[in-house]
Design a protein around this ligand. Structure first.
Ligand code: DGY
Length: 325
């Protein structure tokens, strides 16, 4: 035990999977999921060579400068906006994420939110449960069609492409905007057309946000962008809180300038802005787009493989399968 390198695991990511670290490392795993302050992170990382972290664990200079033994951090998510990559580079700390294994599960969920929001599933269910259904009115609960409409995708990485592929079953026209345009062959295989951002906003009947949170993408959808969208449009955010200005979104939804929204992520989550909570035309979920049992286990397994590999163990020894830096 004494000679083993130490690894800290920030929450109970499937203990049977984390146990694969035990033959090699002295594993210090948290038994409960909770948020840690900088000081708490520093205390827990004391003497650790590696950490397995989640999105709530902010790894920045304030932490790294007080964690001199730390060499590798494996995030159990594809997004890593909780990492200050420049600070990690400066401190010589390497990192990994969990791409690919969650692509299809996350794309499925984006569609679940879109369908629920456009067809008003959440509000109708609440209404039914409240005992309001006294008989069917033909002109009630009218939603927006998906089939035959235009789907817009902002951010066209792996998950955006998986969302686009699913649109062919709904006979949709797919347009997208991305920093870099896809190769023609990929565009053709996902049946999506590149447009500028203004066209995307103007022409989308349903707009999906699938881009990482960076300094550039903060509030990429704010009051001006919402005003440029169709009042009949649906907006879905499965990417990150902070990409949308939640206050501006609540105002647009409340004033009928946007028909509906489906949100899995929020600015300042787990807190959700009260103005969103008060609206009936928004479907809200607690950041669960990747949450199928199989996928969440695959994410934890990939993080473990990355840690083992970084320190020269396991099937990928020396080559962490999804190293970021
Ligand atoms: C991710 O992987 O980035 C998700 O948002 C977390 O489940």
């Amino acid at each position: 035990m004494g000679d083993k390198l130490k690894v800290w695991v920030s929450r109970p990511f499937f203990p049977d999977i984390i146990a694969r670290l035990a033959p090699v490392f002295d594993v210090h795993a948290e038994l409960q999921s909770r948020a840690f302050s900088t000081d708490e992170l520093v205390a827990r990382l004391h003497g650790m060579a590696a950490a397995v972290t989640g999105l709530a664990d902010r790894i920045d200079d304030r932490v790294l400068s007080r964690a001199p033994h730390l060499k590798f951090v494996a995030n159990v998510s594809v997004g890593y906006n909780n990492f200050d990559i420049d600070a990690m580079r400066a401190h010589g700390v390497a990192a990994s994420n969990t791409p690919d294994v969650l692509t299809d599960t996350t794309a499925d969920y984006a569609w679940a939110l879109l369908m629920a929001a456009a067809r008003r599933v959440g509000a109708a269910e609440r209404w039914l449960r409240a005992g309001h259904w006294q008989g069917t009115r033909f002109d009630e609960w009218l939603g927006m069609d998906l089939h035959g409409s235009t789907l817009g995708i902002l951010g066209m990485g792996r998950i955006g492409q998986a969302i686009a592929r699913r649109a062919s079953g709904f006979d949709m026209r797919v347009i997208y905007h991305n920093r870099s345009r896809l190769d023609a062959g990929i565009e053709q295989s996902v049946n999506a057309h590149h447009v500028d951002k203004a066209t995307l906003l103007r022409e989308s009947d349903h707009l999906m946000l699938v881009l990482p949170l960076t300094a550039e993408s903060h509030h990429v959808i704010g009051a001006a962008e919402l005003a440029a969208m169709k009042p009949t449009a649906t907006l879905v955010n499965i990417a990150r809180g902070g990409i949308v200005d939640d206050v501006a979104l609540a105002a647009a939804l409340g004033e009928g300038r946007l028909a509906a929204a489906g949100l899995d992520v929020f600015e300042g989550e787990p807190a959700v802005h009260g103005a969103l909570l008060a609206l009936d035309n928004v479907v809200l979920s607690p950041h669960i787009a990747s949450a199928s049992g199989r996928t969440r286990r695959a994410m934890a397994a990939l993080a473990v493989d990355n840690v083992l590999a970084f320190f020269g163990h396991g099937p990928h020894a020396g080559k962490p399968p999804s190293r970021i830096i």
